[in-house]
Write a protein that binds this ligand. Structure first.
Ligand SMILES: [Zn+2]
Length: 223
């Protein structure tokens, strides 16, 4: 799996390590996380945008991030970025996007724990990104990678997105899922993996539901 991502902390260190593996290494304590789609969920969707100056919160996202931060779970962004494969943006452009996103999380009282993206597209014009990969949502590859890097228990975790491909990726990874019904899903392709546990109007409402369902983990929260 050829995965580009910008969060290198722990990358590779935990990948492929089976749970309960023997030997001298102590198995990591895996906890829940909240995975978030970027465009149309946290940010207003500006197609192929790599300009930090055009990044704006979706309605409800700032309040939602603030509430999620108080739960103490890592907040990890999972994004399809086919603009890279289609030659519309360069991978290095996403460094500024990631930095601005991190600042926006901080301004909302939260912390961005990781930013993972898929640069591929089946009809990419940049040859190295033209493939059927395992990381482009609705595939769950990025969620599994992020979970390995951050010692996340996917079954305790949530994925919040604004289209059914997000729901499918989340469910295939074993997460609980919330669909934001904010008008961005237009095709409504049905499927067994594409039924969310919950439908909410925005991230503020979704965060309220998660906070009701999940006890605080106690790490990183600020009461
Ligand atoms: Zn991919």
């Amino acid at each position: 799996m050829n995965v580009d991502h910008l969060d290198r902390r722990g990358a590779g260190a935990a990948s492929g390590r089976p749970q309960g593996a023997g030997g001298t290494a102590r198995p990591p304590v895996r906890g829940p996380a909240v995975f978030l789609d970027k465009d149309g969920t946290v940010l207003q969707d500006v197609p192929y945008n790599a300009d930090p100056g055009r990044m704006r919160f979706e309605p409800g996202a700032r309040a939602g991030l603030a509430r999620l931060a108080r739960l103490g779970m890592p907040l990890i962004v999972i994004s399809n970025q086919p603009g890279i494969g289609l030659g519309k943006i360069a991978p290095q452009d996403l460094v500024a996007v990631r930095n601005r996103l991190s600042d926006m999380f901080r301004e909302a009282g939260a912390a961005l724990a990781g930013f993972y993206y898929c640069p591929h597209h089946p009809r990419a014009t940049v040859a190295r990104y033209a493939c059927l990969c395992a990381c482009r949502k609705p595939a769950p590859g990025l969620l599994r990678l992020a979970a390995a890097c951050h010692d996340v228990d996917l079954r305790q975790s949530w994925f919040v997105g604004d289209i059914l491909d997000d729901v499918e990726a989340g469910r295939r990874a074993g997460c609980r899922t919330i669909l934001l019904d904010n008008g961005h899903e237009t095709e409504w392709l049905a499927g067994a993996w594409r039924i969310p546990e919950r439908i909410e109007p925005d991230l503020d409402a979704a965060s309220r539901w998660i906070s009701v369902q999940c006890p605080r983990t106690g790490s990183g929260g600020t009461a």
